[in-house]
Design a protein around this ligand. Structure first.
Ligand SMILES: *[C@@H]1O[C@H](CO)[C@@H](O)[C@H](O)[C@H]1NC(C)=O
Ligand SMILES: *[C@@H]1O[C@H](CO)[C@@H](O)[C@H](O)[C@H]1NC(C)=O
Ligand SMILES: [Ca+2]
Ligand SMILES: [Zn+2]
Length: 593
């Protein structure tokens, strides 16, 4: 406990840690959005997970880092020293886990630790630009007690307990030993093991108390959709197929998407039905995948199945390539089998199961940590006859794929950092916002409704179209006080980002080559840079407020704050003004805007 004595004596810390003393603050019930999430598992078990509150400090043009003037210029050391000084804790309580670099910043990811054992849910991220610190996110805690560091329950017994509780099988991913902070800030020692159930489509990381054998928490890697080749900018079968020559972006996929002669399997993605050996063969040599979709027949009709596997292959590769251009690359935890020696962990291309038999009228995406494949499952929809195939509605495929992007970019590849209710809600929002971005064909910003094809209705699957009109879509930040489901919360965030996009395109115009050229000055290019950059600045389990601050700082980092007022006005127009807090709207902007 010596390590944490300073927590109790420091006055400065009262402010820094106010956010993590959950039990002490008489907050509105909705404040639990940031720190908790309830889940009901398919086997009837319910779990409420706890995620220590996180905060984000941004520093504009940057602070000098503690080692800037010393002999050691090592950013790892600088990050550790900065965190220990800022939080007034011992260096032995901080562990550097990994870092990543973009074209403008370097991010160090750290964990709280005790006896050299990392904390799973108390983490930090420090971003550097030009040798200065531009932002600091963290969820470190002041433990009330810490369990003994040597397990008294074996990992085998922990696996057995997790398999039983979560109704699945251990998947052989190597278990780890980590501390876990509970809601009362007591800290338990846990065996962390992955449990999957292929038929039920579940995939969990279980935290099993290494002294009591109890399953104390989970990470649910699967983002469920809950939705009440077609060129990427078109949406579905209804907008027409087109034969596209050589769509791979060789800057992002140097060997192309697949080899001549090979089926729908490549370095970034494999699409199949049932088992991974059931891919679609080329219809002709030279990477031809030309299948004539027949709308009058069921999805199981051979040409329709081949069209679905081909379209999903095309869309997931396209998302791989354009997000790569904006920084979701090997070193930033993307999905590829071969990383060509450019950092990060490979062997984790996206696996896409089309017409997956485990569900209907839905889709989902399982995002494990960097180095394990993302798993997309696309289902059929039975609202029409013939049924419709989710793999043939691009906004659904892009939505699912984007769960992988956001879960990997926030928190440095652990896939643990969008698991609270509010952060999980933003995960849903980003997924719709990415689909919104990818379907634009001009500087116009029409209302956007995902899921129109699968349910055969122009209203789509959300409550309101995303819109710049408050009468079409009235959602604002303040609605979080009454919403408690991730897709509902996601609608608020996606609508805010729709308005941010409109403001940026209004200010800077629109580029038709944004997907392959990130160097443009146009608004859609700026939007995607800030979208991807901000994910890398956010703390683990961000809130709407810290996410907004990350966008503002991302603009400072990349554009010297050129869009600061544009962004503030757009956020404030939907309730996220400078004085927004505790799910209460505020429309004010900083002075000078
Ligand atoms: C889709 O909706 C339209 C308009 O309501 C209807 O005419 C059409 O038959 C529907 N298609 C299917 C496949 O149900
Ligand atoms: C964008 O700029 C970078 C750096 O100047 C350059 O390497 C890259 O080729 C450019 N990309 C395009 C598509 O022009
Ligand atoms: Ca990877
Ligand atoms: Zn989703």
């Amino acid at each position: 406990m010596v390590v944490f004595n300073k927590f109790f004596t420091s006055v400065v810390l009262a402010a820094v840690f106010a956010a993590s003393s959950v039990s002490a603050a008489p907050w509105p019930a909705s404040s639990k959005h940031a720190t908790h999430r309830k889940r009901s598992l398919p086997n009837g078990v319910t779990f409420e997970t706890f995620h220590p509150a996180s905060s984000l400090e941004t520093f504009g043009a940057g602070l000098d880092h503690p080692l800037a003037k010393s002999a050691s210029q090592d950013l790892k050391d600088a990050a550790v020293t900065f965190v220990t000084e800022r939080l007034n804790i011992e260096a032995s309580a901080v562990k550097h886990r990994t870092d990543s670099a973009t074209d403008i910043i370097t991010n160090a990811f750290l964990t709280q630790q005790h006896d050299n054992i990392p904390f799973a849910n108390a983490v930090a991220n420090v971003a550097f630009k030009n040798n200065k610190i531009v932002s600091f996110g963290h969820s470190f805690v002041k433990p009330t007690s810490i369990a003994a560091s040597t397990p008294t329950v074996s990992v085998e017994d922990a696996i057995a307990a997790a398999e039983k509780k979560l109704d699945g099988k251990f998947n052989d991913h190597p278990p780890t030993l980590e501390f876990l902070v509970k809601e009362d800030n007591s800290v338990v020692l846990t065996h962390v093991v992955q449990i999957q159930n292929e038929e039920a489509g579940t995939w969990f990381e279980a935290f099993v108390d290494a002294h009591s054998g109890e399953v104390v928490s989970i990470t649910d890697f699967v983002d469920e959709a809950s939705f009440r080749v077609i060129p990427i900018e078109r949406n579905s079968v209804n907008d027409g197929f087109q034969t596209i020559q050589d769509p791979a972006d060789l800057a992002a996929s140097p060997n192309g998407w697949n080899n001549d002669g090979s089926p729908t399997t490549g370095n970034n993605v494999i699409t199949f039905k049932g088992t991974q050996s059931s891919t679609t063969e080329q219809s002709g040599s030279g990477n031809q995948f030309i299948f004539n979709f027949d709308a009058s027949r069921q999805p199981s009709f051979q040409a329709n199945l081949d069209a679905a596997r081909t379209n999903a292959f095309y869309v997931v590769n396209t998302v791989h390539d354009f997000t790569y251009r904006y920084g979701f690359n090997e070193a930033n935890f993307n999905f590829q089998n071969d990383n060509f020696g450019r950092g990060g962990r490979g062997n984790d291309r996206v696996t896409v199961s089309v017409q997956d038999s485990s569900g209907l009228n839905n889709a989902n995406f399982g995002t494990p940590p960097d180095g394990q494949s993302g798993q997309m499952r696309m289902f059929l929809w039975d609202r029409t006859n013939p049924m419709r195939d989710g793999a043939l509605e691009n906004d659904i495929v892009v939505h699912e794929n984007t769960h992988g992007v956001t879960n990997r970019l926030v928190g440095g590849g652990t896939a643990r950092c969008l698991r609270g209710l509010e952060s999980g809600g933003m995960g849903e929002g980003w997924s719709d916002a990415m689909a919104d971005w990818s379907e634009k064909t001009s500087s116009a910003v029409p209302d956007f409704s995902p899921g129109t094809y699968v349910i055969n209705s122009s209203s789509g699957i959300r409550s309101f179209p995303y819109s710049t009109s408050s009468s079409v879509n009235p959602l604002t930040y303040g609605d979080l006080s009454r919403l408690d489901e991730v897709h509902d919360i996601g609608e608020v965030w996606a609508n805010i980002l729709h308005n941010v996009y409109a403001a940026l395109v209004g200010a800077h115009g629109w580029s038709a080559t944004a997907r392959t050229n990130p160097n443009g000055t146009q608004g859609n290019v700026v939007h995607m840079h800030l979208f991807i950059d901000s994910l890398q600045l956010m703390p683990c389990n961000p809130t709407f407020l810290s996410a907004r601050d990350a966008w503002i700082q991302a603009d400072e980092n990349r554009y010297d704050g050129a869009n600061r007022c544009t962004l503030w006005r757009a956020f404030a127009s939907r309730g996220l003004g400078v004085n927004a807090a505790n799910h209460r709207d505020d429309s004010s902007v900083p002075s000078g805007c």
